[in-house]
Design a protein around this ligand. Structure first.
Ligand SMILES: O=c1ccn([C@@H]2O[C@H](COP(=O)(O)OP(=O)(O)O[C@H]3O[C@H](CO)[C@H](O)[C@H](O)[C@H]3O)[C@@H](O)[C@H]2O)c(=O)[nH]1
Length: 317
């Protein structure tokens, strides 16, 4: 089977590429290297089952070329920054909705059978049911990022039903691990390297979310994809996260401890009742019972995933 991974040079994408290559797939990566890095995939360059296209999905022709001979597309290319929702909504629309539309249009003239999309927990907004199941609704995202992910999910479902392919969306919790180059752990490490005595925490520190290590994420995606292929469904949606959650203040404590520091925490107070930024979901825990019913389960809980990620980013493991 030949698969295309869009965003395959990025954080989650490159871990997925590793797993696909190790499993014997032919893998094509399409990435514009805006957030991703060639260093994340360099170890596969030269392998005859691997190909890299340095290209931008905003150009429909580039997308069409990348689909040649491809059986399944893992669509991970995206701008992952919820926090730019207020300043640059157009960037989030373009990198989450427009490029997904370009992919779907290109798929009409291709032999691609499956599309697997990485959506986000942010489609639920401030959910009133926690843990939040896939059938929770009505969905009211509170950020442009979450809205763009939901729009992408919706057009994928529509195209799948009309144009005869199968599609699967994963609503991901906060994914962390080696090669992540944004997000709370990455930010805290950088802030403490600049000033070991004080750590600025955006918001009031009580933001509580579920974190999933990237190794569990990639394993879950492939396991559930396998299950989905046997199900005969045209379109399906799965939450992917861990069973517990952790506050930003607790993350700050773990980062400080692993760095051997005891900084003073300075809370900015944030916006809208202690959020880090406008559109920051304060409480997020996904109901992952559907994912677990397929036989997958996370190996690490949120606390373990955070500690392992801190150690990985510090080069300790
Ligand atoms: O310096 C910082 C950085 C972050 N935070 C807080 O840490 C929490 C996590 O922030 P991240 O930037 O790590 O992650 P987000 O929750 O904004 O979003 C992440 O998880 C989402 C799904 O849950 C999306 O998939 C998204 O792409 C991914 O970045 C937030 O509550 C934020 O307020 C701080 O207090 N200080």
């Amino acid at each position: 089977m030949k698969v295309l991974v869009t965003g395959g040079a990025g954080f989650i994408g490159s871990h997925l590429v590793d797993r696909l290559m190790e499993s014997g797939y032919e893998v094509m990566v399409l990435d514009n290297l805006s957030a991703g890095s060639i260093d994340n995939i360099r170890h596969w360059i030269g392998d005859e089952r691997f190909e890299f296209i340095n290209g931008d999905m905003i150009d429909g022709e580039t997308v069409k070329r990348a689909l040649e001979g491809v059986d399944a597309v893992f669509h991970l290319a995206a701008n992952p920054e919820v926090r730019i929702s207020a300043q640059s909504p157009e960037k989030l629309y373009e990198s989450n909705v427009t490029i997904t539309y370009n992919l779907l249009e290109a798929m009409r003239d291709s032999d691609v059978e499956y599309l697997i999309f990485t959506s986000s927990s942010t489609v639920y907004g401030d959910a009133e049911i926690i843990p939040t199941p896939e059938n929770y609704g009505p969905l009211k995202p509170i950020s442009v990022y979450g809205g763009a992910k939901l729009a992408a999910e919706a057009i994928i479902s529509g195209y799948a039903h009309i144009f005869g392919f199968k599609a699967l969306s994963f609503r991901l919790a906060n994914i962390i691990g080696k090669r992540s180059n944004h997000g709370v752990i990455y930010d805290f490490i950088n802030k403490l390297r600049k000033n070991p005595n004080e750590l600025e925490i955006l918001g009031d520190g009580t933001q509580r979310k579920s974190y999933l290590h990237v190794s569990d994420t990639v394993e879950g995606m492939l396991h559930i994809f396998d299950h989905f292929r046997k199900s005969g469904e045209t379109y399906d949606v799965y939450n992917l996260g861990s069973d517990d959650w952790i506050t930003v203040k607790e993350i700050a404590e773990i980062v400080s401890e692993e760095m051997g520091l005891s900084p003073k925490f300075r809370f900015t107070g944030g916006v809208d009742g202690g959020r880090g930024w406008k559109g920051d979901v304060k409480l997020m825990l996904l109901d992952i019972s559907r994912a677990k019913s397929t036989g997958w389960k996370p190996r690490l809980n949120s606390y373990e995933a955070v500690r392992k990620t801190v150690r990985e980013l510090l080069g300790k493991e």
